[in-house]
Write a protein that binds this ligand. Structure first.
Ligand SMILES: N[C@@H](CCC(=O)N[C@@H](CS)C(=O)NCC(=O)O)C(=O)O
Length: 228
């Protein structure tokens, strides 16, 4: 079977990185051809060629065997998780799947999305060609919200569990949390969640020690501690 093609980004970009982490954790990275777009300063994701694949102008975007496209990290993750053998990263049972979705939604909406919004409106973000909105008050509001919700997740992990669902391996929600912590530490964001929260520090160290995470972060994601 020909490889699936995934239009994606370097590891510093958190949403496509959630999918890359899933691919490595599931052991299917070799089954998928990655096409890495020049996100900034090139802005390839907003050029017409990519807009024909995904009108939202975003990565990740998966090209399907029939020539169609699938976007949104969670949707791509669900498709890959269901279509390849191996551990179900998004949960085996109905309850696990629901719990993974619950934690993923909480972490994505309240922490990761807040930090990415902060990146875009508080700083120069993707650069002058791509960032049209500057709004410091909105950015600071997002930082405050991200920190408040990171505190709730930190409390959830304080019973000593390694992963959000309490199992032996990470689920997709953990991958979203990992990328949120990595991005909180990235460049101008300067809100390192691992330095502010004890359990998130432990969680981040657990992630960094895992082979799948090392492989997914092989380019260093712009973080000195990962060799970037
Ligand atoms: N809801 C989408 C968000 C995707 C997204 O925001 N991707 C970013 C990279 S982390 C992007 O492509 N940004 C391009 C831009 O803003 O020009 C998902 O879950 O995949």
């Amino acid at each position: 079977m020909p490889k699936l093609r995934l239009y994606t980004s370097p590891a510093a970009f958190p949403n496509p990185q959630r999918v890359r982490l899933l691919m490595h954790e599931k052991g299917i990275a070799g089954e998928i051809e990655e096409v890495i777009l020049n996100m900034a300063p090139g802005g390839e994701q907003r050029g017409w060629q990519h807009l024909t694949r995904n009108p939202w102008g975003e990565t990740p975007t998966l090209e399907l065997p029939d020539g169609g496209y699938l976007a949104e990290s969670t949707a791509i993750g669900r498709y890959l998780d269901a279509n390849f053998p191996g551990r179900k990263i998004m949960g085996e049972t109905a309850l696990e799947q629901a719990q993974d979705t619950m934690w993923d939604s909480r972490v994505w909406v309240q922490i990761l999305y807040r930090i990415t919004t902060m990146f875009h409106v508080l700083h120069s973000g993707l650069g002058p060609k791509l960032e049209l909105t500057h709004n410091a008050a909105w950015g600071e509001h997002c930082r405050k919200e991200a920190l408040a919700h990171a505190g709730l997740v930190d409390r959830h992990l304080s019973d000593g569990r390694d992963w959000l669902l309490g199992g032996d391996g990470p689920t997709f929600a953990d991958m979203t949390l990992c990328t949120a912590i990595a991005f909180s530490k990235f460049g101008p964001n300067h809100t390192p969640l691992d330095e502010r929260f004890e359990q998130l520090d432990r969680f981040w160290r657990t992630c960094k020690a895992r082979d799948s995470f090392k492989a997914a972060y092989a380019d260093g994601a712009g973080l000195a501690e990962l060799g970037g």
